[in-house]
Design a protein around this ligand. Structure first.
Ligand SMILES: Cc1cc2nc3c(=O)[nH]c(=O)nc-3n(C[C@H](O)[C@H](O)[C@H](O)COP(=O)(O)OP(=O)(O)OC[C@H]3O[C@@H](n4cnc5c(N)ncnc54)[C@H](O)[C@@H]3O)c2cc1C
Length: 333
């Protein structure tokens, strides 16, 4: 285990942030030393991956822990094991090279394998929970190593048992014998196929992955060029009859009915409808091609980002009676 003092925390919003302690964990034995360190220091703990879903304070007065486990192993029993620090897209490409189906629609999602189950990453009609067999973690409160089967992980939309828990994921095991079927059902995939005269029946796995990358590159900013944390708000799940419709009629919104009462509402459209009312902010704004994505100019603080997000939340609430929920983890000082 390596301990650094006052170490900067990389994050895709490019907020300048420093952690009092930063600890790298390189093998399972290190977890016992980590347990002793946390007990001794009695400070808050933050697990970090690649920092693409974090809104950090300028000073985190705690212990940032980075698990570094970077092996991908294709096992004989129709599974693949991947260490927490493997880059997610690198794993997707590896699966495609090995003709393993199911990962292709999740191409180019930024971040690490260890963070991916936390919010059950998903895109283009696929979620990581459909691919997982089991997860290995260490609980730094109880000093226990625990293996969770997929059904124990409580995966739902952008959520799991691991969110805001004391568990450090160090290995994820995936099924590798998924059905050899491609999923083109998502609206933007269908549009891309139609608009570009793609013959979808002849696409190979690698071509599907490229297609997804093309769609993403058109809609989402590359965090290495324009700082952002992906979708800043979750789609809202609300009772349909409580939505305010006197300012904008319901037909202006994007509504996916979940059952008789509840619907999922496309948050990007809500923001599109109110964005003219947002005050100008010199450090934070909305991405020109995607209203759900907050971008910064690398000079924004956590306060700048959160103030802007709260202005959006307030205007959306006043206009639609819908309370938005922030998707990335906001780290408290
Ligand atoms: C441009 C862009 C596009 C994106 N598109 C999508 C998308 O399509 N779908 C989607 O679902 N998300 C998307 N995201 C969000 C992001 O990619 C995911 O949340 C990703 O899983 C974050 O990985 P990370 O390694 O950067 O995690 P971090 O940002 O470092 O951490 C995120 C959370 O996971 C926890 N964590 C990290 N590693 C571990 C670990 N090993 N054990 C336990 N907890 C851990 C952290 O404490 C924190 O709560 C996007 C982000 C960006 C910037």
């Amino acid at each position: 285990m390596k301990i650094y003092n006052n170490h900067s925390l990389d994050n895709s919003l490019n907020i300048k942030s420093v952690s009092k302690f930063f600890i790298e964990i390189n093998n399972q034995d290190d977890f016992n030393d980590l347990y002793d360190f946390i007990k001794k220091e009695k400070l808050p703990v933050l697990i970090v991956g690649e920092g693409t879903n974090l809104v950090l304070p300028d000073k985190f007065n705690g212990i940032a822990v980075k698990p570094i486990f970077n092996e991908i192993i294709i096992n004989k029993n129709n599974t693949v094991s991947a260490g927490a620090s493997v880059n997610w897209h690198k794993l997707v490409l590896n699966m495609i090279d090995n003709n393993i189906y199911g990962f292709e629609n999740l191409s180019l999602i930024p971040g690490s394998v260890g963070a991916a189950p936390i919010q059950n990453i998903g895109a283009y009609g696929q979620e990581i929970s459909n691919l997982i067999k089991e997860i290995y973690c260490y609980d730094y409160n109880s000093d226990d190593f625990i293996k969770y089967s997929k059904n124990q992980c409580k995966f739902t939309y952008r959520d799991s048992l691991f969110k805001n828990s004391n568990k450090i994921i160090y290995k994820v095991v995936f099924n590798s014998n998924n059905p050899k079927l491609l999923n083109f059902e998502y609206e933007s995939i269908k549009n891309f196929i139609n608009n570009n005269n793609v013959n979808s029946s002849e696409l190979r796995l690698s071509e599907v992955s490229n297609l997804i990358c093309n769609i993403r590159n058109k809609n989402l900013p590359n965090p290495n060029i324009i700082p952002n944390a992906g979708s800043f708000f979750k789609n809202a799940i609300v009772k349909k009859d409580l939505i305010r419709t006197d300012v904008f009629p319901i037909k202006d919104l994007i509504v996916w009915d979940l059952d008789d009462q509840y619907s999922k509402i496309g948050t990007a459209r809500l923001i599109e409808l109110i964005k003219d009312k947002l005050p100008y902010n010199k450090n934070v704004g909305l991405y020109k091609n995607h209203n759900l994505v907050l971008v910064t100019n690398s000079n924004a603080s956590q306060d700048d980002v959160l103030n802007y997000a709260h202005q959006i939340k307030d205007i959306v609430f006043d206009t639609f009676n819908i309370m938005l929920e922030i998707e990335p983890q906001v780290v408290i000082n």
